[in-house]
Design a protein. Structure first.
Lengths: 419, 419
């Protein structure tokens, strides 16, 4: 790659991209938009529109109540698709249900019940806010200590510090697999093994890793996990989340929200709650059929592309973006914090700039859509299924030009609502 | 009405029906189907298809992440619509969130925390299974007693028995406003007042009443409520539920699942959970945008028709169905258990028959769709927005004829899965 990174390099990389044709599976309403926020809200697959219409027209409108004969299995079937193609897990270990936050609550509470007498929960200050809040709530309700590891927010979680923090009084360790800020990958296998050596259960948040990086749940012996479907799985805004419970643990764990969709012989509507044996016991209420259908469609596209090819392209994309950021943006005040080592790099690249908030606003108006994170971070999400190397080139060209011209200074410095 | 109930009577009633034109708002894929199950899964409004496509095409595909600028208010706005048109509540007292079961858990747990020292939860054995299971789970987790009132399953909850069961040690009373089996309406005002006199908080399940009968939350001084949107509100299969918290209680209650959508200044992503003041504190994770949009569409149709007209038609429909059931079905082995008093009758009519399971199967094949409930009940849901008196006549004619001919005896007696 030449020092000046000509567009022809990006074109060559796109020409050699085995996933290039998957871009056609998605909707591009405005071809001028360079969308670098697929790590926050994934683009809409064309086939999802059709899948939703089949539910609305053929099933809800057409079959009416009789459609429950197949809807009843949808959450588990979609979970099995995720287990088979997105994360490393067995059939019957994953189910789509509720939101990530509610799933985290259910599994964390189940874990605490399974380690009676232990008084400590461990997380880190790089964990996503909702995770930290949920754990704060559980700790408060149970009079437990929530031990929060200080993590370098640019480098991600350090296994040595985790090993120090987790002790024989620790019931549960909960961390994010890929940091939502830096994009750094945590060493799932080493950290899980260390925590297991102390007798703690381990719950991983896969929101920023599912669909972007390999997730070795089975080989790392992970106990519990939750994940988001509206980012790299392209399930749509607020699509229902998924949860994972290791097979061997399922019957020994009981989650706190005893809803009828976790009940054995549900439609007998018996007097007493008795949870079903499988992963369905971690369901609660009636599943959102349209939402789960959209998740299934997104996961099917992942399955067709294959996580191996997705990860390979993701690494090439982040490497390319990293090179452009260093060459073009560091000279104009940005700092690139994405880990240089491939095995530590997730699906997005993060840069700092003291004027990040104004720059993010200016970028949106320049039709290159990033993700701002307080106080000074801009995340560039590079979803492998639909992001071209030429998009990275074009997007970063626009950023370089607008900051060089000082156009971001036309925007207010006061921070508003950013999702 | 003549003894033999000629079809012309039904036609006259339809001709005089001020809500007759609202039927055009819904999809009728197969005009031969007489759908008497709108109390389990409401029909699809035509405009919901368009509303969902606007979200998928214009917002998700078109605006991408920027659509969160308006999506963020959707759950509250839809809650306010429900507060304004479906239940008697003030703006800011209702929000759409999660499933009914998860909402029940959140509000019940919040109530128990607000009555420390009290050791009893009260419900009745006519409450819907998921309610009873959720309360069992909370009682077990907190070492509390769950006191279950024995209710006449055909007559519904008796205020005198509730007054007996609720004592000075009761933290929370939780009942269904309309019984899912008999369709009997509980006396919300009297029961709430009695429980308040003992210092207990009261949580009503509105699943079978919202959109079918008046729900006097404000005038009855109700503390907490949860409700379903996929029945009479026609929000679609598994659509997100709603919850109500009386304004004066909101800041004093804290729910157990501390998710980021309940956090004050959510996108500051601060260290410590501090719930926002309003009803939003009872949210947890990212709301399902497509699902909430469908709920809003269903509620808008209710708002246009008006609950007063809906209730009036509902009473005429259930009275008419009751008369036909008594004239045609009681002579062939059915027993009608719907309360005769208008003020105690919800939106569905319930009949018993020893062969209810076989009859329900035969009815489906005869394209008259009921709702079977174990062990011997058939519910006939009469959704006022789209059910004609002629539909009731036609449906019950088919039931009468198939049972008279013994066609239900061709079906297996073994019960399968029924939703």
């Amino acid at each position: 790659m030449a020092i000046d990174h000509p567009l022809s390099d990006a074109a060559d990389l796109d020409a050699a991209d085995p996933l290039a044709s998957h871009r056609d599976r998605f909707v591009f309403a405005d071809p001028e938009v360079v969308y670098l926020d697929g790590n926050s809200l994934g683009r809409a697959p064309k086939s999802t529109r059709e899948a939703i219409l089949r539910v609305v027209d053929d099933e809800w409108s057409g079959e009416l109540i009789a459609a429950w004969d197949h809807w009843i299995d949808l959450s588990r079937e979609t979970g099995d698709l995720i287990a088979g193609h997105v994360v490393e897990a067995h059939p019957g270990e994953v189910i789509v249900s509720d939101s990530t936050s509610v799933n985290l609550y259910k599994l964390a509470a189940a874990a605490l019940d399974a380690r009676p007498g232990r008084k400590v929960l461990v997380t880190d200050d790089d964990n996503f806010p909702t995770d930290r809040y949920i754990l704060q709530g559980l700790a408060a309700a149970r009079g437990m200590e929530l031990r929060t590891i200080a993590t370098d927010l640019d480098r991600g979680v350090d296994p040595a510090r985790v090993a120090e923090a987790v002790d024989d009084d620790t019931a549960l360790l909960c961390l994010s697999h890929v940091s939502y800020r830096s994009g750094a990958i945590a060493d799932m296998a080493a950290i899980t093994a260390d925590a297991h050596a102390k007798g703690a259960l381990v719950l991983w948040d896969l929101c920023h890793s599912a669909g972007a990086v390999p997730v070795p749940l089975a080989s790392a012996g992970v106990d519990l996990a939750v994940g988001c479907t509206y980012k790299y799985l392209n399930g749509g805004p607020g699509a229902p989340a998924f949860l994972y419970v290791r097979r061997e643990l399922q019957t020994s764990l009981r989650q706190p929200i005893w809803g009828w969709f976790g009940q054995r012989d549900q439609f007998a509507m018996g007097e007493t709650y008795e949870p079903v044996d499988g992963v369905e016991r971690f369901q609660v209420g009636t599943p959102p059929v349209i939402g789960v259908t959209a998740v299934r469609e997104g996961v099917r596209i992942i399955a067709e592309a294959g996580m191996k090819a997705i990860r390979e392209k993701s690494l090439r994309l982040t490497e390319y973006a990293d090179a452009l950021c260093r060459a073009w943006l560091e000279p104009i005040g940005f700092t690139v914090v994405t880990p240089a080592e491939a095995e530590r790099r997730g699906g997005h690249v993060t840069v700092h700039h003291p004027e990040a908030w104004r720059i993010a606003q200016a970028m949106r108006d320049a039709k290159v859509v990033p993700d701002y994170r307080s106080p000074d971070r801009i995340r560039l999400g590079l979803a492998p299924l639909y992001t071209r190397f030429a998009d990275v080139h074009e997007g970063l060209t626009r950023v370089r030009d607008l900051v060089t011209a000082g156009r971001h200074l036309e925007y207010g410095a006061e921070r508003g609502r950013v999702t």
